[in-house]
Design a protein around this ligand. Sequence first.
Ligand SMILES: O=C(O)C1=C[C@@H](OP(=O)(O)O)[C@@H](O)[C@H](O)C1
Ligand SMILES: C=C(OP(=O)(O)O)C(=O)O
Length: 409
Amino acid sequence: MTTVAVPGSKSITNRALFLAAAAEGVTTLRRPLLSDDTEAFAGGLTALGYRVERGDGVWRVHGRPEGPAVAGAEVYARDGATPARFLPVLAAAGRGEFRFDGSAQMRRRPLGPLTGALRDLGVDVRHDGAEGHLPVSLSARGVEGGEVTLDAGLSSQFLTALLLLGPLTRRGLRIRVTRLVSVPYIGITLAMMRAFGAEVRQDGDVFDVPAGGYRATEYGIEPDASTASYFFAAAALTGREVTVPGLGEGALQGDLGFVEALRSMGAEVRTGADATTVRGTGRLRGITVNMRDISDTMPTLAAIAPFADGPVRIEDVANTRVKECDRLDACAGNLRRLGVRAETGPDWIEVHPGVPAAAEVGCRGDHRIAMAFSVTGLRTPGLTLDEPGCVKKTFPEFHEAFGGVFPAA
Ligand SMILES: O=C(O)C1=C[C@@H](OP(=O)(O)O)[C@@H](O)[C@H](O)C1
Ligand SMILES: C=C(OP(=O)(O)O)C(=O)O
């Protein structure tokens, strides 16, 4: 049995940074993730004038309930959608002129439903380039609140951003949601808001967020469940046993549910109070699975799918086409490069059994394509990645850590 220490969750680290910055008092964050996305978030806060003290495994954030200290700040989100989508609402709740931009990759990803909702709430937001995309400028003078309707069918992050904004408005916010993907991420948001003193009432598609701000706390960051998926998939593929501590029954992250897909394929899965173990049994069955709730793990499953004894069909993942790259296209295209039959539709991929042959995988600047196909590489001698360094978005040391547990084929 091998125990793998997986680094902290990106989603939890960046929410914790937001909440700590907006809170009254000084927050201590334990085991934050150190990666490009969290550097972008912490760097964005620093640009906005917040004080983030970074020690070894412990960060202290000085809250400013009144909002950013630098009224003309420019924030660069790099490739991170969480900084690009969460930080503008923090600025909107304050006062001043702010500008947000990101990498070419992030500029291509949608922002319009969020900026549209902010406009409906009276915030002066302008798209300086293409409508609905970064870069954006905003003139902030606080947000009154009230009722707003949101389409979160392309990304749950639009809803998370508005939920996070709610307690910072003057009157509170009622959010009516028409469509929603990646639902478990909303659970993470609500649980973390509660930990920082803000209670949200949910009645079906309507979320009521009272005014009242946030309170500083001590907060421990869970290991990243999406990152854990590569180690679990590798165990299932190679017949090994891997345990990830810190991700057990009480875990906040929906992506831990990826192990249920491995279980249906034939792996043995044990979830304890504070750890999850996957053991490969030598058998991988073909399955059909809906991954709407856990679509960051779609590439992980697609990457081991050729080794199943029947087709693997992954459904309801249209929004993976607007992530770091078009992930349905990237997964199918790379599987074909390896000589495996793979088909896609608007929101699905189907992978047929095959023996992948040596080829170079095109990562398209997407950490998840690089990490997922590293798992394929365990049973594909000669598989290489064109851009291995793109893993830095969420796990800069991925190749060393993964290679340490699973030496290359
Ligand atoms: O809120 C979050 O932290 C995230 C939500 C998900 O995005 P979508 O809601 O866009 O699917 C997920 O893919 C992303 O990696 C992180
Ligand atoms: C989609 C992802 O990231 P984000 O949307 O936070 O940029 C991801 O990490 O797979």
